[in-house]
Design a protein around this ligand. Structure first.
Ligand code: GLA
Length: 387
């Protein structure tokens, strides 16, 4: 990501600690992850932000001056040194808090301490804040006010922060996120490593979302994402394979491919959630396909919409800056299916067009009026069609 571009002119990319490590974060694994972002080539593909999620501070209380304190057992070298280390690798670094007295995991939140906390994070060198909404009231007015206060506090530091809202979509943040200074806003509850929703018996219990339901959420909100402000479908579960804090048993390879395809066509931020220190070839394949990432990072930033349903299959369309279109053929059903793709469905004339399979990175067909493709259960075929 070039620093000359305005903040979040394309969907932010990076890595977040929560999905894999939950509360078990440690400076050494964060440094190793920073090293891996650089050495694996992920950084150079645009995965620029390394975000430390919940559970980084001393849980019991702030210090006697009211400052948050980085847990010395988890971050013995301190946050400033960690920020410097990450910056020296050409990466940016993010931190987490909550718009109430306590974070989701029960650590001190920032309500009433917005300016003090923003100054502290700026003095350490953070570039990104994910701001959660646990322990906060349900109504939209309070959410806008609390997020507005933190947005103002971040701006007042004079340091550039990417501001990531996390109130899970319940108060329609796609309508006011930009107003409070945010560049991305979660549109759903937590995604789990599962195709269908999973019951999580934590606290009073709640449903963790599967990837399948994200399709409907993304389609409904397609009009609201664009340069500078993005619908955030949550961190990626690609590569977790049943491990980590959002385990729902694990997706299959084709399901991970559908997940990644959807996040790319929907212009969602791409925050990796797995342990990239030991990425297998399958995971690397899914996270590093330059032609697929180019769809997510396309400069006009238009999220895809569903244009056709055929049985259990769907055709989605995303216009691209060069006049071509990205088209996804998605099979949500449990048996393979033939999908017929017509020029008229994707708003292109009945003249000859080139069809490229972006996952395979090969030309597959010429399309004049219609072509038929076989889509496996839970698979997505991602195409780029050029007139
Ligand atoms: C909420 C958020 C998650 C994560 C956890 C941390 O559930 O939605 O993304 O930040 O809190 O406790």
């Amino acid at each position: 990501m070039s620093s000359a571009k305005p903040l979040a002119s394309t969907p932010p990319m990076g890595w977040n600690s929560w999905n894999m490590f939950g509360s078990s974060i440690h400076e050494s694994s964060i440094r190793e992850t920073a090293d891996a972002l650089a050495s694996s080539g992920l950084r150079d593909l645009g995965y620029a932000y390394l975000v430390i999620d919940d559970c980084w501070s001393v849980k019991a209380a702030r210090d006697s001056d009211g400052n948050l304190v980085a847990d010395p057992a988890k971050f013995p070298g301190g946050m400033k040194a960690l920020c410097d280390y990450v910056h020296d690798l050409g990466l940016k670094i993010g931190i987490y808090s909550d718009a109430a007295e306590k974070t989701c995991a029960g650590y001190p939140g920032s309500l009433g301490f917005e300016e003090q906390d923003a100054k502290l994070w700026a003095s350490w060198g953070f570039d990104f804040l994910k701001y959660d909404y646990c322990s906060a009231p349900d109504d939209q007015a309070v959410a806008r006010e609390r997020y507005g206060d933190m947005g103002a506090a971040l701006r007042a530091t004079g340091r550039e922060f990417l501001f990531s809202l996390c109130e899970w979509g319940g108060r329609a943040p796609h309508l006011w996120g930009r107003e409070v200074g945010a560049q991305m806003w979660r549109v759903s509850g937590d995604i789990f490593d599962s195709w269908i929703n999973v019951w999580v018996p934590h606290g009073h219990g709640y449903y963790g979302l599967g990837v399948d339901v994200s399709l409907d959420i993304a389609n409904d909100l397609a009009d609201f994402g664009g340069p500078g402000g993005w619908n955030d479908l949550d961190m990626l579960v690609v590569g977790l394979k049943g491990k980590g804090s959002v385990s729902g048993g694990g997706l299959s390879f084709l399901e991970y491919q559908t997940h990644m395809s959807l996040w790319c066509i929907a212009c969602s931020p791409l925050m990796i959630g797995c342990d990239i220190r030991k990425m297998d070839t399958e995971t690397a394949f899914l996270l590093t396909n330059t032609e697929v990432l180019a769809v997510n990072q396309d400069p006009i930033g238009k999220p895809a919409r569903r244009v056709v349903r055929q049985g259990t299959c769907e055709i989605w369309r995303k216009p691209l800056a060069d006049g071509s279109v990205a088209v996804a053929l998605i099979n949500r059903g449990s048996s393979g299916s033939d999908v017929s793709l017509r020029s008229s469905d994707i708003g292109l004339l009945d003249t000859r067009k080139q069809v490229r399979d972006l996952w395979k990175q090969e030309e597959i067909a010429d399309l004049e009026r219609q072509t038929t493709l076989r889509v496996q259960p839970h698979e997505t075929i991602l195409l780029k069609i050029t007139a």
